[in-house]
Structure formats: C-alpha cells, structure tokens
Design a protein around this ligand. Structure first.
Ligand SMILES: *Cc1c(COP(=O)(O)O)cnc(C)c1O
Length: 466
C-alpha cells in the first residue's frame, strides 16, 4: 500500500468523527477526542497513519496472541475463501474447517472436553452458556435451577446476557440489566479487600462468598458459577492461590456447574492452553474467543464438558440455539492455522517456562518507580497501580483523586513513548502483549513503559499534583 497516497489522516479523522460511533465511547466528546488511525501491524508492533511505531502492549484487545501480519493465516483464509467461503452447520450439514477445528480443540483442551459449540464472539459464547446451563438443568428435571452466580467487576461481554453476567454497574444501568436469574458476589481482589489478611486467607474468604450466595439463593435454584480464571478487563485481578480450589470445592459440594470464561486466559496467555489448567480447576464449560484466532477473524465457542454434553445426548430434545456464523469456515481455518503456529513455535511452553518468567522479573521491577505502588504479572498479563504516596504495604498506599484521571494521563504518555497500555479506573495500567515477544522485545517494552512513567511523573510534578 502506498500510504502517502491513500492515507489522509485529517480526512479519515473527520469522517470518523462524523459517522463512526465507537464502542464504549462518550458521543458528546467525539469531536474533541480525535482518534488515532492505525494502518499496519507486524509482529508485536502497529503503525499509525503518521508513521509512529507502537509496541502493542495490549495485543489489540487481549487477542493478538501470535502477533500481527502472519502470512500463513492470511493464506489459509484466502484459500478457504476460494474453496468454500461460507456454509452453515444447521440442518445436518457440516464442513471441513468446523470439523477439523472441533477435533483440534478437543485434543488441546482438558480431558473432560469432547464437544464444542461454535459462536462468533466471546459475548455470544456467554449467551450460549446461559442458554445451555438452563437447558441442561431443565433436562435434568430441575428447571428451577436458573440462577447463575457471577462476580462484580468481571467482564463477560456486551450482549444482554454477557453484560448481565459481567459485574459493571455502568453497563447494567444502560438497558435494565442484569436479566433475571443472574446475581453477583465480590471479586477476589486482594488490593481491594485483603487489608490485614494474608492473600491465602483472603482467597478463602472471597471464595466463601460463593457459598453464602448459594445458601441465600437456595442451592436447588443455582445453575452455575461463572468466572474468568484471571479477570482481564476488570484490571488483571490475580486471585490468591487458595481461591479457585475452594471455588471448585464449593461447586462440587452443591452440584452446580463451574464455567470458566477463558476468552482472555485461553490459548496460552497464562502459559497453558487454558487458564483453568494454571489454577488446577476442572470446569464443566469453557467460553473461548479472542486468542483462538489471535483476532485474525472473529470466532468464539463453548467447550462443553462430558457432564453436560453426555446428559444432553442421553436425554435428547432440541437445543433451540445457534448463530448463522456458528463455525464460520473462515474463522475456523484462521483458528486452525493460529493453533498450528502456537504449537510449532512452542509459544505456550515459552510463556510458561521462559518469556513469562522473564517478563515477570522485568515488569515487577517497575514497582521501584516512585509512581508505581504495585506491579504484578501472571503469564503474559500484567497490571500496575499508580499512587501518590507509597506506604509500607499495598493497602497503605495513598491514591490520586480519581477526578484527576492520572491513569489516562499516563496512558497518553505511554503512547508518546511508543507503547500501548490500557488504563482503567483506579489509575491502573494493564498489559497483555502478544505471546511472541522475545527477550529483546520485552526489554524494549519495559524501557518504553519506564519512559512513559518518567514522563508522567514530570507532567504531574509540573501540574503540582505530586
Ligand atoms: C472480551 C471478553 C468477552 C467478550 O468477547 P467479545 O468477543 O468482545 O464479545 C467475554 N469475556 C471475556 C473474559 C472477555 O475478555
């Protein structure tokens, strides 16, 4: 592409502002908040229309696991488009990519999974989860088991069911959510709730909220518990080691289904194919999307464990659910090639044994920066908190006033220094880079983050805020 001829930044920005309503945006501000135009991606880097190169510390939106610009994925998609661009899997038809991908996913997933239901996105996957678990309990002769327990500050997508499962009041407010039969418990955030406790004590306490909620709702009314192994969009909340085993024990005790939303954690991000394996839990259902295709083509799905699949197979009765694009052949071939790359380049193993530990050492050292109250990683996920004054423990740090939006200021400085991080409320900056980063690229990313932090500190000093 001849960029100089074809990219007129100001024209694009004007048209964008005039006609394009962005996701999660305040439309009153759309004329003042001019969007950066991204025009190219290669490996871990993207370029904007002004020629600036940025290290994509967020892998797009948590999804570019194998990085940008993989020709073999483009080739697989191209060939499939010529062979069979589309067909559906309704009414006793199927096609090669969907069959091959289903078999491949069964091969790489934990042993209890032998079936896959395909969807187009993570949100659609979680809608499918709601339909599926309620259908399951109906078939088990317990139609009153309707309630799904989720967590505050979890993210499960933006459709009606996805946003209902998610624990964001700002989303619930718009559209009369949650839909009936979805309730929430607190999140296992040690930073938020762990003051005066060890992480292990707090993990058990946070898990006990599930049992309290089950007893409050009535155990015979609860269908499932859903959680992200590590909350992504909520802030890379790493649960204490005691949390997930206790959640598993409670689900087992009351016979309720355990659902892992692995849309972020799946496909290598925690150094395992699935985050559930990192935590040693055995979910009945897994939602996946994002990393399954490394974002090259939209695709998602639900891994259906034997407990649910076998019951539905045995009991029979149509599951009245599916999407036009369930198992879209283009998404499926992109996923197959993506998984082949992850395997061939041993990317999942590298995250677990080499690049993940290296990233951890480098990223956690950022905590010595005067602005950084805490910095932690798990696999290729990370988060750091900006604080005004550091105390002796993470619970004694003094935060900035939230109205100052220090996190957003810092994110802008990160952009200027050449690295993309995501800022969320609480002045927390998140990282979820492509899993392909070499040690040299990790070094560069940490250097750029350090630069961004230094610029932020200088800026805040100038404003008289520190
Ligand atoms: C992104 C995300 C979703 C929603 O996926 P979409 O493809 O945006 O619909 C669901 N769950 C988690 C954990 C996510 O991070």
């Amino acid at each position: 592409m001849n960029m100089r001829e074809s990219i007129n930044t100001q024209r694009l920005q004007a048209l964008d502002s005039a006609h394009h309503l962005h996701p999660f945006a305040d439309y009153r501000l759309k004329d003042s908040q001019i969007s950066r135009v991204i025009v190219k991606g290669e490996g871990a880097y993207i370029w904007d229309s002004e020629g600036n190169r940025l290290l994509d510390g967020m892998a797009g939106l948590w999804c570019m696991n194998v990085g940008y610009g993989r020709k073999s994925i483009a080739d697989a998609v191209h060939a499939q488009m010529l062979q069979l661009t589309y067909y559906n899997s309704f009414f006793q038809t199927t096609h090669v990519p969907a069959v091959e991908l289903a078999a491949k996913l069964v091969q790489i997933s934990p042993p209890q999974f032998n079936h896959v239901f395909f969807v187009g996105s993570g949100s659609e996957g979680n809608d499918t989860i709601v339909r599926l678990v309620r259908h399951y309990w109906d078939k088990q002769g317990s139609p009153e088991r309707q309630v799904i327990i989720s967590r505050l500050n979890s993210y499960h997508g933006s459709t009606m069911a996805g946003a209902s499962l998610g624990g964001w009041p700002s989303m619930h407010k718009q559209g009369g959510l949650p839909i009936p039969g979805i309730v929430h418990i607190g999140q296992p955030s040690y930073l938020e709730g762990g003051k005066g406790k060890t992480p292990e004590e707090f993990g058990l306490e946070a898990a006990s909220w599930l049992e309290h909620k089950i007893l409050e709702v009535g155990a015979d009314k609860v269908a499932a518990f859903i959680g992200e192994p590590v909350q992504g969009a909520g802030g890379v909340i790493v649960p204490p080691s005691t949390y997930w085993p206790e959640i598993q024990r409670i689900c087992n005790k009351y016979g309720i289904l355990l659902v892992a939303d692995e849309v972020v954690c799946g496909f290598g991000r925690l150094g395992h194919w699935f985050g559930s394996e990192y935590f040693g839990i055995s979910p009945d259902l897994i939602t996946f999307a994002k990393g399954v295709t490394s974002g090259y083509v939209p695709l998602g799905g639900v891994l259906v464990g034997d407990r649910v699949a076998n019951a539905l197979i045995e009991k029979g009765g149509e599951f009245n659910h599916g999407y036009t694009y369930s198992g879209h052949p283009i998404g499926c071939v992109a996923a197959l090639e993506n998984i082949r790359i992850l395997e061939e380049e041993k990317i999942v193993d590298r995250v677990r044994t080499d690049s993940g530990p290296y990233l951890q050492k480098k990223f956690e050292a950022l905590a010595s920066h005067p602005l950084v109250g805490s910095a932690e990683t798990i696999g290729f996920l990370g988060g750091l908190n900006l604080v005004k004054h550091k105390g002796a423990t993470v619970h004694e740090h003094i935060p900035f006033e939230s109205a100052l939006s220090v996190g957003m200021i810092c994110r802008a400085h990160m952009f200027d220094s050449g690295v993309i991080m995501r800022a969320i409320p609480g002045d927390r900056l998140l990282m979820s880079p492509p899993l392909t980063l070499t040690h040299a690229e990790i070094d560069e990313m940490i250097k750029l983050i350090g630069l961004g932090l230094d610029q932020t500190l200088a800026d805040l000093k100038q404003r008289g805020w520190v």
